[in-house]
Structures are given as C-alpha cells and as structure tokens.
Design a protein around this ligand. Structure first.
Ligand code: FES
Length: 106
C-alpha cells in the first residue's frame, strides 16, 4: 500500500479526494497536475513561480520550508500563514489525509 489520500479544495470550493503514490518521487504540485487541477507549475517545481501555492488546512507535520520556498512566498500574492508551495512538498506516507486548498491565481 503505497498510496495516500489527499483532499484538495479547488478555487471554486469543490473538494477533490485524490490518491497519491508515495513511491514515485512526486510532489504535491505534480499530483495536482496529474489530476488536472488548475495548477500551472510554470517553473517545473523549482520554487520560482508560486503558481503551485496552496494553503495547508490540516495539521500535518510538513517538511520545513527551504530558503527558496521562503523567498518565493515573500514575493507571491495572497500569501497566508499556512501558505506552502506544492512543488516543495514531497508525497510521503506521513501526509496521508492531508487537506489543502489551492491559492487564488495571481
Ligand atoms: S511549480 Fe513553480 S513554485 Fe512550485
């Protein structure tokens, strides 16, 4: 069993419950794209565009923010205390049940 369940609320408020593999080195941005959720991922996951910004709604322990992510979020729009860049969140078994909401497009 290497899939976890993630709930992703889109910008219309609709919640998508998706299965994400933990053994394919995917990140949250890639999972969103795989399910055709409206996440651009313009920079390809380099923490350089913020198009994958999401708000973390559940209280999961996420990997600490790296400097690139921190700097990008300092420049991005609609940033909240619970903002993270989806591309900087690797899919791991610990994230089972994670709930996130897509940030507005900037
Ligand atoms: S895909 Fe560009 S910052 Fe995440």
């Amino acid at each position: 069993m290497s899939d976890i369940t993630i709930k992703i609320k889109d910008r219309e408020g609709e919640i998508h419950e998706v299965l994400a593999p933990t053994d394919m080195a995917m990140n949250l941005m890639e999972v969103c794209k795989a399910y055709e959720l409206p996440v651009e991922g313009t920079c390809g996951g380099m923490a350089m565009c913020a198009s994958c910004q999401c708000y973390v709604l559940s209280d999961h322990q996420l990997p600490e923010m790296g400097q690139d992510e921190d700097l990008m979020l300092a420049e991005a729009f609609y940033v909240e205390d619970n903002s993270r860049l989806g591309c900087q969140i690797p899919i791991t078994p610990e994230l089972d049940g994670l709930e996130v909401e897509l940030a507005p497009e900037s």
